[in-house]
Design a protein around this ligand. Structure first.
Ligand code: ATP
Ligand code: ZN
Ligand code: MG
Ligand code: MG
Length: 468
C-alpha cells in the first residue's frame, strides 16, 4: 500500500460506529478507520490537522501501551497512523456516502485532516479456501458485572445490569424499536447454557451488539439501517455449508434449529478458549452474577456457575471493566476534585496526563492507585484513569474468526461418506479471537455519564417494572 498512490476504487465501505467510519481494501487484508464529526460541523472542522493527528496517535498509544497490557497482547492489533492524500479522502467520502445507514448520518467523515488508522482487516484474515471463506462474528458485549460500589444509591443498579436498564431507556427514547433480550451477565457467566441463551438473543435482536461477516462481507447485522435481506433465513442460508456433516452432508438436510445450535456451540467454544494459550485456571467469583432482568431460567443451571477460564477473552475484558470500582456515582466527586485542581493549576494537566500521552507512566498511575482515599489529587486522578480504561473495556468489540479446518486430503469421497455415516461429528474450525475499538474515552465525558446514569435509572423505575 503506497500512501502517495491511493486509489479510492481499491477501497470499499466496510462499516461504522459512533465515532469512526471504516473502509476495507478490495484485495489486501487491510482497513482504514477514519474519524467522524457531527454533521453540523461539516463546513469547518472542529480540530486542526495536528490535533487530529494527535487524536489518532493517542488511540494507537492507548491501545498498545495501556489496553494491550490489561487485556492481553494476543488479542490486540493497535495499527498505525497514516497520512492520506486529501483528494483520496474526499473521493472516498463521496463513494461510500450512499452505503451508509441513514441513522448514522448525523455524523460526517473527516475529509480535512487526512489522518486515519490503518489496521489489519480482522474480518478477512489471510488466505482461505474460496468455497468456505472465514466466518467472523463481532460481539459488542458491554458491561459484564453488577456494580458493587458502596456509592451506588439505587438498589435497582445492583440487581439489574446496566445493559438491561439501558435497553428500556433506548426503547423509551425511540433509539430502537424493540428491546433486546440479550443480557451480558449471561454471556460473561462461563456457563455454556447461559452463554448459548445470550448469543441466541444477540442473533434475534442484534442492534449494534452483533454482526456476522463472511469472507470480509457483512452478512448479518441490525435490521434497522441495513437492507432487509439480512433476516434469519438468509443467515441460515449463509451458515448451512459450514455445518453439513455426517448424515447431514449426505442428505444436505439439517433443521434450522440444529444448524443454529451448532453455530452457537462453536462460537461459545471460541469464546471460552484461551485464544491459543493453554487452559488457565477457572475464576470463581464472589458476589451476585445474575441479572434480574434476564429471562434465563435460573433453575436450568444444575451445577451452578462454572466461571470463565482466566485466559479467555471474556475474563480479560471483565477484569478490565471492573477497574470501575467506584461506579459513576462514587467517581463523580473524584472527577470534581481533579477538575477543581486543574482550574487552580492548569499546568498540572500535562503532569497528570489527563489527555495522554498514553504511555507506561500512565499505566503505572492507574495500577499503583492506593486502596483508600487519602484526599489527594493523585488518588482522584488514578481513579479517573481507571474509570476511563474501564469505560473503554465496556465499549469494545470482540471479533471471533472461524476458519473451517481443511479435511484430511488422503480421504476419498466414498470413504469419507462412510466414516461420516458411521460416526458423524460436528465440523472442526480453527479460531482466532481479537478485541477491537479500544479508543480512550475523554475526561470531559464524565459529567455526561452521571446524567445518563440518572436518566436510565429513573426511566426504568417509571416504566421498567411494568414491562414484561
Ligand atoms: P463504537 O460506536 O462502537 O464506539 P467506533 O466508531 O469506535 O464504534 P469501531 O467499532 O472501531 O468504530 O469500527 C466500526 C466497525 O468497523 C466495527 O464495528 C467493525 O465492524 C468494523 N471494524 C473496525 N475495525 C476493524 C478491523 N480492524 N477489521 C475489520 N473490521 C473492523
Ligand atoms: Zn442484564
Ligand atoms: Mg465499535
Ligand atoms: Mg468506539
Amino acid at each position: 500500500m503506497e500512501l502517495d498512490k491511493m486509489d479510492e476504487n481499491e477501497w470499499k465501505y466496510h462499516g461504522e460506529g459512533n465515532k469512526s467510519l471504516v473502509v476495507s481494501h478490495v484485495q489486501l487484508s487491510r482497513v482504514l478507520r477514519l474519524l467522524k464529526y457531527p454533521a453540523e460541523d461539516s463546513e469547518n472542522p472542529p480540530q486542526t490537522v495536528e490535533q487530529a493527528f494527535r487524536q489518532v496517535q493517542n488511540i494507537v498509544d492507548f491501545s498498545s501501551n495501556v489496553m494491550s497490557s490489561l487485556l492481553g497482547e494476543k488479542f490486540i492489533h493497535s495499527g498505525e497512523v497514516v497520512k492520506l492524500p486529501l483528494e483520496f479522502v474526499r473521493q472516498l467520502s463521496i463513494k461510500v456516502q450512499h452505503q451508509r445507514p441513514g441513522w448514522r448520518c448525523d455524523k460526517v467523515m473527516d475529509i480535512y485532516s487526512g489522518c486515519a488508522l490503518c489496521l489489519p482487516n480482522l474480518t478477512s484474515p489471510g488466505l482461505h479456501q474460496p468455497h468456505t471463506p472465514p466466518l467472523c462474528i463481532e460481539i459488542k458485549p458491554k458491561c459484564g458485572f453488577l456494580p458493587y460500589s458502596k456509592h451506588v444509591s439505587r438498589d435497582i443498579k445492583t440487581k439489574v445490569c446496566r445493559f438491561c436498564l439501558h435497553q428500556h431507556y433506548k426503547v423509551a427514547i425511540g433509539k430502537w424499536k424493540s428491546r433486546s433480550l440479550y443480557c451480558p451477565l449471561d454471556l460473561f457467566s462461563g456457563n455454556r447454557q447461559r452463554m448459548h441463551f445470550a448469543i441466541r438473543h444477540l442473533i434475534e435482536e442484534p442492534q449494534n451488539n452483533f454482526k456476522i461477516f463472511k469472507g470480509g462481507q457483512c452478512v448479518y447485522s441490525s435490521k434497522e439501517g441495513s437492507d432487509d435481506s439480512m433476516d434469519l433465513n438468509s443467515l441460515l442460508h449463509h451458515l448451512r455449508p459450514y455445518f453439513l456433516y455426517g448424515n447431514n452432508r449426505i442428505n444436505s438436510h439439517m433443521t434450522s434449529k440444529a444448524l443454529l445450535n451448532d453455530f452457537i456451540q462453536v462460537l461459545v467454544n471460541a469464546l471460552l478458549s484461551g485464544g491459543g494459550g493453554d487452559g488457565g485456571v477457572t475464576d470463581r467469583r464472589e458476589g451476585r452474577s445474575f441479572c434480574e432482568a434476564s429471562l434465563f431460567n435460573k433453575e436450568r443451571i444444575r451445577h451452578g456457575s462454572q466461571g470463565l477460564p482466566s485466559d479467555s477473552v471474556l475474563y480479560r475484558i471483565r477484569q478490565t471493566q471492573m477497574l470501575d470500582t467506584q461506579d459513576i456515582e462514587g467517581l463523580y466527586p473524584l472527577y470534581r476534585r481533579v477538575e477543581q485542581h486543574l482550574q487552580d493549576f492548569p499546568k498540572e494537566r500535562t503532569r497528570l496526563q489527563m489527555d495522554g500521552p498514553y504511555n507506561e507512566a500512565f499505566l503505572e498511575k492507574l495500577q499503583k492507585c492506593p486502596t483508600e482515599d487519602d484526599g489527594s489529587v493523585e488518588f482522584a486522578v488514578a481513579k479517573v484513569h481507571q474509570y476511563r480504561v474501564a469505560m473503554t473495556a465496556k465499549d469494545c468489540s470482540i471479533m471471533v474468526a472461524l476458519v473451517p479446518s481443511s479435511e484430511e486430503e488422503e480421504d476419498d469421497e466414498g470413504q469419507r461418506q462412510l466414516r461420516d455415516f458411521l460416526s458423524p461429528r460436528p465440523p472442526a474450525f480453527s479460531y482466532s479471537v481479537s478485541i477491537l475499538d479500544l479508543d480512550p474515552k475523554p475526561f470531559d465525558s464524565i459529567p455526561r455519564q452521571l446524567r445518563l446514569d440518572q436518566r436510565i435509572v429513573s426511566c426504568y423505575q417509571r416504566t421498567g417494572a411494568a414491562l414484561p
